[in-house]
Write a new protein. Sequence first.
Length: 387
Amino acid sequence: MRRLLVLPLLLLAACGDTKEATNTTASTTDTTVDTTVDTEGSAADTTVDTEGSAQADTTVAPRTLTLWESARITSDGSQPNFQNVVTTADWGTGPFERVTLVMELDSTCFPFSRWLDDRPPAGQNWPPLCDAFDRNYEVTMDEPENPDAPPAIELVRAITPFGGPLRFEIDVTDIANGLPGSHRFRTHITTYADGAGQVSGSNGGWNVTGRLEIQDGPAPRKVLGVFPLYNATYPEPYDQLDFPFTLPEGTTRAEVQYRVTGHGGTADSSSTCIGSAEEFCKRYHHVLVDGDETVYRPWRQDCDTLCTETTSSDLGQPKTFCLENPMGSMRSVRAPRANWCPGSVTPPRLFEVATPTAGPHSFGFFIESVAQSGGWRVSAVAVAYGE
């Protein structure tokens, strides 16, 4: 259980998922370089100067594709942007030398000087727009529009800070080269409000800015296909789940990207848990690729690096807090967790396909001893490469 900085109340991180709700329009900033060579008026002159003159630079300038600009994700369930913002964007036909997803998250909770303009209402402890908790924070591509569609491709799994800002960059070059063209992008944050304003704001939320920085050019790897396998909360009764996929002709290497974080759940007094929620439990994960099994415990022990002790007097009395997680208790911020830390990205674990021949293959997983109502968020994507 977690405590917030301002109130000595216990907090538990939320975990959930909803359908996307809001559509926004993506814009592109496309810059080109003039590569015309002046040949003193002769357009057909292709003579090479062997006396040392430099060749024209034909490098294509990088371009930016804006996904969201300070888009509000709200905890108000009656609004179309409840827990989600969605847009459609076309990153082009490729090939791409590099594509980077840049995400910037802003919180109305911090810096504390913002409280002077958005004061807590009478009888409440938090500014109305402030979400003081750490929340699931996911960016996905091509959320399914019907039950028979493939699962969404998760581009990044993160957790918001306790009421603070967060910026990160993710390399999505292989996804772009494997799936060029137009796609739907979604940012999902499981934000909730406290109507009484006691443990969080009564209308809390987050502001999201996202863009794709694209360098057109030769692809660093030959991507033959990207295949979404799973993206959901691991369901009760927590049995093994299996998913087939097919590698195309020409495949010489293939991998499965496995993302997982533990959340929620009831108390578990076993020695594998250090706290009263699934997020504080070390669970064995069994991952199978073509029957080859890997067993491991996803666990983060570096959360203390996300608590730089800082003191502020913006609200009058000095307050000491974690700079990276300003609304969380320092003890809670520093605690190890089930493969995540507040205010950070959880990278995927990669599993190689041992014999990447063209044709059918399989991926499966199960998680041991999950507490009833435990919420393990799992996604998996297979990527095929050629020479």
